[in-house]
Write a protein that binds this ligand. Structure first.
Ligand SMILES: O=C(O)CCC(=O)C(=O)O
Length: 261
């Protein structure tokens, strides 16, 4: 398990873990996006959201991977759930941007104790629109200063941003990752990403993990318990491990271990 992640994260608001998962699993993750894209031609691949993923056996397998959960445990302790998964997969030439924002303003969590793992399924570089962060902005409180923007027409993924006049972007860091690397970021760090005008896909999966003591206040709430125990007296709804059905699910390594239809 990687050590000392916490120190760097607390100081800068993010940390990178190289080779967090193996290249084969990263490749399956990219294949999952293409598989979903074929079946959901009307949905942009930057918006393959939690509701499309939370009952998918491959997603359960991936987000419960001990290598990822070991990383998260360093931040959240032993009882852990994943409550929001989102593929932000930017197709070559016309992948959308993500405007500068802090995450915490968007989330129905009480309290907002959460760690984000951003998993690279493909190379993620400056050219194809990698995640970019402003180090040490996690203690700047701009949550109430975000503005609504038109996500559909504006060629950007999120419908919210921090007004540019409030931002000094002279210190931006590009989180360039290889397939299987992850970055971990503080929900309050200012971050975003540019459009993908390269000829390569940029496929990222952003995963929000919480300690089970944190309550998801949205309705419905559907989380995946990945380690430890639920919190008694907390109304979080943990979905059962889905039954694998070849007719509706992507084949993946290890699917044999799943109960099948
Ligand atoms: O994938 C991106 O470009 C942005 C990701 C992001 O905003 C997040 O993970 O919070």
């Amino acid at each position: 398990m990687p050590t000392d992640l916490r120190k760097e994260y607390d100081e800068k608001g993010y940390v990178i873990v190289r080779k967090a998962i193996d290249a084969d699993l990263a490749g399956e993750t990219a294949a999952h996006v293409h598989w979903l894209a074929e079946r959901n031609p009307g949905v942009r691949p930057e918006r393959f959201m939690h509701d499309m993923l939370v009952t998918d056996p491959f997603m359960h397998r991936l987000v419960s991977d001990a290598r990822l959960v070991d990383i998260v445990e360093q931040f959240l302790g032993p009882n852990i759930a994943m409550w929001a998964a989102h593929y932000i997969a930017k197709p070559p030439k016309h992948g959308q941007k993500v405007l500068w924002h802090q995450d915490g303003c968007l989330w129905p969590l009480d309290p907002v104790e959460v760690t984000t793992i951003w998993l690279a399924a493909t190379e993620s570089t400056r050219e194809n629109g990698c995640l970019r962060v402003m180090p040490r902005t996690q203690d700047i409180h701009l949550l109430s200063r975000h503005e609504r923007v038109d996500a559909q027409d504006g060629n950007n993924v999120l419908g919210v941003t921090v007004h540019p006049s409030l931002i000094d972007d002279s210190d931006v860091v590009d989180l360039e990752l290889a397939p299987g690397d992850v970055s971990v970021h503080n929900p309050r760090i200012i971050h975003g990403s540019d459009a993908n005008s390269s000829d390569k896909w940029r496929i990222g999966l952003t995963l929000r993990y919480i300690p089970t003591s944190t309550r998801v206040t949205s309705d419905p709430n559907m989380a995946i318990l990945v380690r430890g125990a639920p919190d008694v007296g907390n109304s979080n709804n943990y979905v059962e491990a889905p039954v694998y059905d070849l007719a509706i699910h992507m084949p993946f390594r290890g699917k044999e271990a799943w109960k099948s239809a």
